[in-house]
Design a protein around this ligand. Structure first.
Ligand code: SF4
Length: 357
């Protein structure tokens, strides 16, 4: 049987598994059994689903496979960070980054091959859009890395804009958090966005995960120059929308802020950022810029400048921390490894990668 013609079972939600069950003549409760085999016992073949009859398993095998796909490449950093490359969409590959840190182990997953958002500092943005990942290929990143059992946190901050592939991201979050699925606490999951208002609203209303908003400049014209999304969804309006929800208790809102020398790292920016965030309970993550190939216009801010910026924000009542830079020896900014791989295989030199947001 050609596995490529079979539909993956991983990535299916419980209602979708009920449809699968009905299609092969099984009772609806078999869907829960299948979900347990897939997401809790993590079987690698339909034959292992031993509480389904042999005949039902045979019928399932005619149309379905488990769908786990191991990573196609791996690069390990001296600091323990590991970047994995997966089949993505079409002939494009995507990556997931495993980041161990004391008692935490975070996986940064991708949601799209390439991206439509066009952020100028981002290698994924430069490569353009090549397709959405299916829920199966998002869940596969979590399930098929060797460190899967050790994961404590998942962040949707890899390649792509999660709200631009929302149905698959919502399905993946459902599988990760529901009791019939992987039963993760939503508090261990963060979904990032550049600020798509309807998409973020749906994420807030249909899930309980934490949200991260990429800001990078508090000034509209300046932000629009690096993030075209500002034209469609002004960050000020995004924050107005977010003020309508509670981020002071169970769920967190973080703001991502990449720092570039002489661009967005002075007191004026810190003051404007603190004003922009007033009343939101957002915490700010200051991120050191990983320079991308061909970007001679931007340099990362110096360590002491970042510390002074953090201190200024803190003095203005905004909780701000500097995110540790990880895996620089393996191009760990999201997209860099995939971009190089995609270049090597078939693409133009400009087709590249994503900067960590
Ligand atoms: S930073 Fe994120 S949203 Fe912007 S182009 Fe890169 S992947 Fe897309």
């Amino acid at each position: 049987m050609d596995e490529n013609k079979l539909t993956p079972l991983i990535g299916l939600t419980l209602p979708e598994l009920r449809e699968v069950a009905a299609g092969v003549g099984l009772k609806p409760f078999a869907a829960k059994q299948m979900a347990a085999w897939l997401y809790q016992r993590r079987v690698s073949s339909i034959d292992e689903m031993t509480d389904l009859s042999k005949a039902a398993r045979e019928r399932l095998k005619q149309a379905y496979c488990i769908g786990l796909e191991p990573p196609v490449a791996r690069a390990a950093s001296a600091d323990g960070t590991v970047k994995y490359l997966f089949e993505g969409a079409g002939d494009r590959r995507v990556e997931a980054v495993y980041i161990p840190d004391r008692d935490r182990a975070t996986l940064c997953v991708s949601s799209q091959a390439g991206c439509r958002m066009g952020c100028t500092f981002c290698m994924t943005g430069r490569q353009g859009f090549h397709g959405n990942l299916t829920a199966a290929r998002i869940i596969n990143q979590v399930m098929s890395i060797p460190e899967s059992d050790r994961l404590t946190n998942i962040v949707f901050m890899g390649m792509g804009e999660p709200t631009d592939n929302l149905e698959a991201v919502l399905a993946a979050v459902e599988i990760l958090t529901e009791p019939w699925g992987m039963a993760w606490s939503p508090k261990r999951i963060t979904v990032s966005s550049v600020g798509n208002i309807p998409g973020m609203k749906r994420l807030i209303e249909q899930t309980k995960v934490h949200l991260a908003l990429s800001v990078h400049s508090p000034f509209p014209t300046e932000r629009q120059g690096i993030m075209p999304v500002e034209r469609a969804f002004a960050v000020r309006k995004v924050l107005d929308m977010l003020r309508g929800y509670d981020f002071a208790h169970q769920r967190r809102l973080s703001v991502e802020y990449i720092m570039w020398s002489g661009f967005n790292d002075d007191d004026m920016h810190a003051i404007a950022l603190s004003r922009l965030l007033r009343g939101t309970a957002a915490r700010v993550n200051l991120i050191r810029y990983h320079a991308i190939d061909g970007d001679t216009a931007r340099r990362p801010s110096a360590k002491d400048t970042m510390e002074a910026f953090r201190d200024k924000l803190n003095s203005l009542g905004v909780t701000a921390t500097i995110r540790a830079s990880r895996g620089e020896d393996i191009d760990a900014a999201c997209g860099m490894l995939a971009g190089k791989d995609n270049d090597k295989n078939n693409n133009s030199p400009e087709d590249n990668i994503c900067q960590t947001r």
